[in-house]
Design a protein around this ligand. Structure first.
Ligand code: HPA
Length: 266
């Protein structure tokens, strides 16, 4: 950790970010427009590089709306074969760099049949169906406690602010529960029916490990899903990563306006 922090501080002229943003599939372009310093993951000690199409793989630092921000342009996923601990290491790095609030974004399938592709959803809670937890292993007491409370990971005050920002940007916003499956295969229709029955509104393959670690080390979390497709079994259309990227691409100007408004107000 200390090697990683020293390296980043040196490359960024001791930039001290207060807000972290992890940009999901198709949403990474946001960081291109606001880039003061950038470091490819492959250069950073102890980071793993991103291998998924639509994910760029670099850490970007910038001041946006008067806030100092560090962005992950692309994330690593459990389904790539990395451990839960490896994919959540960057969240711990953000904490050590001084980040207080973490905005997690992703592309997700809709489980709630009222949602439409292109909708943005504020995550109110999650269901971890990945079969693993990033906090397994010995505990680092300097970061957080062994048995962290998880009753309000996605902070209600941030959700309220985001709802007001959506109103200002004339955006219809959804709210709901994010269900995380490990992937890389999409879910079966039966799995989606189960997810709906147990209270899920959207499904995806990321975010939850990062949210668990962020909550554990005391970061306030705001989660935003871009609904990229109807989940398995809801429509006759077969699921594809191309569709996911195409839909998030169409939503990106709304997404950008929304994030800018949020940054102004948190
Ligand atoms: N399922 C899981 N992950 C996803 C989906 C989906 O339908 N869409 C985008 N990411």
């Amino acid at each position: 950790m200390q090697d990683t922090i020293n390296f980043i501080k040196e490359k960024t002229n001791n930039f001290e970010p207060e807000i972290g943003i992890i940009l999901g599939s198709g949403l990474g372009e946001f960081a291109d427009e606001y880039c003061e310093h950038s470091i490819p993951y492959s250069d950073i000690p102890n980071f793993i590089k991103s291998s998924v199409a639509g994910h760029k793989g670099r850490l970007v630092f910038a001041e946006i709306q008067g806030k100092k921000v560090v962005m992950m342009q692309g994330r690593n996923h459990y389904y790539e074969g990395h451990s839960m601990q490896e994919i959540t290491f960057p969240v711990k790095v953000m904490k050590k760099l001084g980040v207080k609030t973490l905005i997690l974004t992703n592309a997700a399938g809709s489980v709630n049949e009222c949602f439409r592709p292109g909708d943005l959803m504020l995550i109110t809670d999650h269901i971890n169906f990945m079969g693993a937890n990033p906090l397994v292993g010995s505990n680092d007491d300097t970061l957080g406690e062994r048995f962290p409370d998880m009753s309000e990971i996605y902070k209600k005050d941030l959700i309220k602010i985001a709802e007001k920002c959506a109103e200002k940007s004339c955006l219809d916003i959804q709210k709901g529960v994010y269900f995380a499956s490990s992937g890389p295969s999409y879910e079966t229709p039966a799995e989606i029916r189960m997810a709906r029955i147990i209270g899920a509104d959207a499904v995806g393959m990321s975010t939850v490990p990062e949210a668990i670690v962020a909550n554990y080390c005391g970061l306030k979390v705001l989660g935003i899903s871009c609904i990229s497709n109807a989940a398995s079994g809801i429509s006759d259309v077969k699921l594809s990563h191309t569709e996911v990227i195409e839909t998030t691409n169409k939503a990106k100007s709304r997404f950008k306006a929304f994030i800018l408004e949020i940054l102004k107000n948190i």
